[in-house]
Design a binder for this molecule. Sequence first.
Ligand code: PEP
Ligand code: MN
Length: 363
Amino acid sequence: MSIELDILPVKSWLPSIDNPLLIAGPCSLETEEQTLATARELAKDKRVFVFRGGVWKPRTRPGSFEGIGSIGLEWLKRVKEETGLPVATEVANAQHTEECLKAGVDVVWIGARSTGSPFAVQEIADVLKGTDTVVAVKNPMNPDLSLWMGALERLNRVGIRKLVGIHRGFSPFQETKYRNYPGWKTYIELRRSMPNLPIICDPSHIAGRREYLYEISQKAFDMGFDGLIIESHIDPSCALSDKEQQLTPADLSKLLDKLVIRAEHSTNTEYETQLDLLRSRIDSLDTELIELLAARNEIVKQIAMYKKNNNVMALQIDRWTKMMNNRVAAASKMELDTVFIKILFQLIHEDSVRMQTELIDNE
Ligand code: PEP
Ligand code: MN
């Protein structure tokens, strides 16, 4: 079911915007010099519309840099005065939010660890009620669409009309080369569920490493994201948090130069005919895949009956390991993505074991 949020388009609260919405700045504000030096450089690139910097840092484990605290809000004020850029920081509770309102912070974001906590979101929403702050909501750590939507709804219900979703990937519950599992399908579901919500991508927290920022950012644009929030630090090698994933402002500009923003549709009729042709081939290949899976299921049923008649259990781990190694090797020869093939065969095998246990136990 899709929900029409009562929100304003980005252009109405950020008149200088020229697509896409780009937010950039350090993971954490560390010193006044680092904050201002980074902001001054970023402001030179007119594609950057908002300056970000974490002041209170939610660290997964204690003992690392937990943020500079309220003094950072003073530095954000200076960034605003000097560069004219609106400023953004993360809030995780009512007190952070009150301090941000007092300091004139333009954009607050709710971090991934807080979105999953409806109490935290509600207390933030209660403080924001009656203000016209821009609020961005990161996805929760786990791919739970309802929690993400719930947080956005709580804010919308107290009258926040300048809302943005941020997709930053999920705790890596599945194998991925990135720091966080991209889980694009949850983004697609949010897009379908809240069609008028602007959604931007956070390639920095998905990637975890600089070298993957370009591929993730380009993919984000290819999937219709409305912008990016990227971490940029004047000297990433000395950053107190997330040093592996931050870019210098100059490298950020280079990355932006390389990105291509494409249209969602084209009116060129030759393009449409060709696309229809290719899509019909995909449709028939997918039909064949489904027929193959059905044929496979028939054999799974026979295997289940043999096992039952011989009083053998449904799962044989050694067979499973051999089968997986063999499928991955075969897929690799065909230049298929081996992570994808692993996930696909895990699903196929899981379903086959489910069928076998049902048949063995119930007939
Ligand atoms: C951040 O933006 O620096 C941050 C802590 O992000 P997340 O909540 O996505 O982990
Ligand atoms: Mn960070």
